[in-house]
Ligand binder design. Structure first.
Ligand SMILES: Nc1ncnc2c1ncn2[C@@H]1O[C@H](COP(=O)(O)OP(=O)(O)OP(=O)(O)O)[C@@H](O)[C@H]1O
Length: 611
């Protein structure tokens, strides 16, 4: 799947998103614009003063004005430089702030992408769309954009000055214009698709590199290194070829620009000397015209050279805006705290909210790359508000079934519906997943919570923490909810990490929650605290919990027993014991006395030994 499968916004949509992100920067943007206009005007004044000096020196002007004119030229040069620097600095700041907001929104949108989409697209593509595109846009915002705007203004002001000086000189100076226009149109026509192609080639390469790095051991074990390296080589060559094509186009473009400049300069020199010789123009005015024209070359060159950077930044912005405007998921859920808004949002995104958290699974069949089904003929129904534990020996298919129920995997056969809505049309707000490796994001406790619901206020956050028994320790952290946790921050115990994940679940408030072995990493007192936290987090919603510990399973309303990818039994703890099937056998293994090494004396039930 190519990176183009993530949406790209149109021009209007991109502009709307950018304007929205920079709304609070309007004041600074106006000051920047005024500085840039004034600095461009100063560029016009200096050649005029130099022309006046030429007239004075050649004897056709008032000698008394020589000093003030020279001083004025110096002062205007300095003032112009200062204004240009202030304008460029402010422009960069405005753009950086707006981009920062866009980056946050793009990241939130990517985090909210449905898991199957991320799996299908590959992390390389997603990274290229966020980190890569934000990088391109930031570089341009910092350097090229202020230069581009300043060049554009200087060009306009200088052209006006040339026209005011003498229309014939302005006409001669306009000679390069058709060449510039034709060359630029040709360049833009070619370079747009070429840049897009280059970035897509880069994304394809980085995606494959990432897959290779994360799966290096598997590749080695299967002796697939050579095949993998061959694909990397092929994608790398495709990227180089794409980069070379854009480079050749750029060089050809710059040749056309230089030729046009030469043409314009010759035309102004010839026209200027003819006008001076005929006495209709002073030597000073002709000098001013030549200086002005030469001043035009620089901004025109800057403008046109930067066009490709601005163009690739526009492409990056459109790609970012595309993700932002198409976003669905957790972050978006948070912005729509009211159920009514959720419903509207669900309609907008083409996803449906379920009437309740009831889960119906019919005839599921699914397998991995080896082609053999990992689960088959899996059928069961979980009533709204019911809590079901999924148990079974290692490899029975528990995680696979959970992956199918949460939409991470797409079944080969069969269907999953939540509250009557098929999983493919289900709004992401409908389900919440808490995995064994409950992730703590680098950031404050507050940041970790607001991922689930960005608009959650202090009382909502503290209530969610209190509900899962995490408020006391969270407030005791050095800086309370502002304490940075996760990589590089305050280390949290596995139980606390799980509590944080459960608090996120409470904030997101999905009708159906799926928990993959939530008490796996907790022991002793922590474990009973975790059980209480799980109970609290599941209150009022349907819960599917993978349980490796049968004591956890026993607490559920019903227990789904999986064996070799099929449903072996489904019922209450008491019913399953009475039936005397696999569950009864597992239970007796679980409750059997252990030897000093913790072994139960029964082989084959790995994953069932920790109590
Ligand atoms: N990514 C994968 N690629 C290939 N096969 C897989 C993959 N994940 C699981 N399987 C296989 O699918 C079957 C079901 O695995 P699954 O992980 O769903 O079982 P489980 O009951 O969750 O096991 P455990 O308790 O050990 O986590 C197993 O045969 C397993 O080897």
């Amino acid at each position: 799947m190519s990176s183009e499968e993530l949406p790209t916004a149109g021009v209007k949509q991109t502009w709307r998103v950018v304007r929205d992100c920079g709304r609070d920067q309007a004041g600074a943007a106006w000051v920047a614009a005024v500085c840039l206009v004034l600095s461009s005007a100063s560029v016009l004044v200096v050649p005029l003063l130099v022309g006046r000096i030429v007239d004075i020196v050649t004897g056709s002007g008032d000698r008394g004005l020589l000093g003030p004119a020279a001083f004025g030229a110096l002062v205007m040069t300095a003032v112009g430089a200062v204004l240009a620097a202030v304008g460029a600095g402010l422009t960069a700041r405005v753009c950086e702030n707006a981009l920062g907001r866009l980056r946050e929104r793009a990241l939130a949108a990517v985090v909210a992408l449905p898991l199957p989409t991320v799996e299908r697209l590959g992390r390389g593509t997603v990274l290229s769309r966020t980190v890569g595109d934000v990088g391109v846009a930031s570089d341009v915002a910092r350097g090229a954009l202020p230069a581009f705007l300043s060049a554009l203004l200087t060009l306009l002001v200088t052209c006006g000055g040339l026209l005011a000086l003498d229309w014939r000189l302005a006409l001669a100076g306009a000679l390069p214009l058709p060449v510039w226009v034709a060359a630029t149109r040709g360049y833009l026509r070619r370079s747009g698709p070429q840049y897009a192609h280059e970035r897509t080639a880069e994304a394809r390469l980085s995606q494959f590199l990432l897959t290779g790095i994360s799966g290096a051991r598997t590749l080695r074990a299967l002796c697939l290194e050579d095949a993998h390296t061959a694909v990397i080589k092929e994608r790398s060559e495709a990227w180089s070829a794409a980069a070379l094509r854009t480079c050749v186009t750029r060089v050809r473009f710059s040749l056309h620009l230089n030729g046009a400049e030469l043409l314009g300069l010759l035309a102004v020199l010839v026209t200027g000397s003819a006008l001076v010789r005929s006495g209709s123009l002073s030597l000073g005015a002709a000098s001013t015209a030549v200086l002005l024209l030469m001043r035009v070359f620089e901004p025109v060159g800057t403008l046109l050279y930067l066009l490709d950077e601005v163009q690739s930044a526009s492409a990056a912005l459109a790609r970012l805006a595309g993700v932002v405007t198409e976003r669905t998921g957790d972050a978006e859920r948070g912005e729509n705290a009211e159920r009514g808004e959720d419903a509207e949002d669900a309609v907008r995104s083409g996803r449906e909210l379920p009437s309740d958290g009831g889960l119906t699974v019919r005839g599921l069949e699914f397998g991995y790359a080896d082609g053999a089904p990992a689960v088959q003929d899996v059928t069961f129904r979980v009533e709204p508000g019911e809590r079901v534990a999924v148990v079974g020996p290692s490899g029975a298919g528990k995680s696979t079934v959970v992956g199918l129920v949460t939409g991470v995997h797409t079944p080969w056969r069969g269907s999953v519906t939540v509250g009557g809505v098929p999983i493919g049309r289900l709004h992401p707000r409908a389900t919440g997943l808490v995995t064994q490796e409950s992730h703590v994001f680098a950031g404050s406790v507050r940041d970790n919570l607001s991922i689930a619901r960005p608009d959650a206020d202090e009382p909502a956050m503290t209530a969610a923490l209190a509900q899962v028994g995490a408020l006391d320790w969270a407030l005791e952290l050095p800086e309370g909810l502002e304490t940075v946790v996760g990589p590089g921050g305050e280390a949290l115990s596995p139980a606390r990490r799980q509590q944080l994940a459960l608090a996120r679940l409470v904030l997101a408030d999905p009708p159906l929650a799926v928990l993959d072995e939530p008490t796996a990493e907790s022991y002793g007192g922590d474990r009973s605290a975790m059980r209480t936290a799980v109970d609290a987090a599941l209150k009022g919603r349907t819960g599917i919990v993978i349980a490796h510990r049968l004591s956890d399973a026993r607490a559920a309303d019903r227990i789904l027993v999986l064996d070799e990818g099929r449903v072996a039994a489904f019922g209450t703890h008491e019913q399953l014991l009475r039936d005397g099937g696999l569950y009864a056998e597992l239970w007796s293994t679980w409750t059997a006395p252990r030897d000093a090494a913790g072994r139960t004396g029964r082989a084959g039930w790995t994953g069932w030994t920790g109590r």
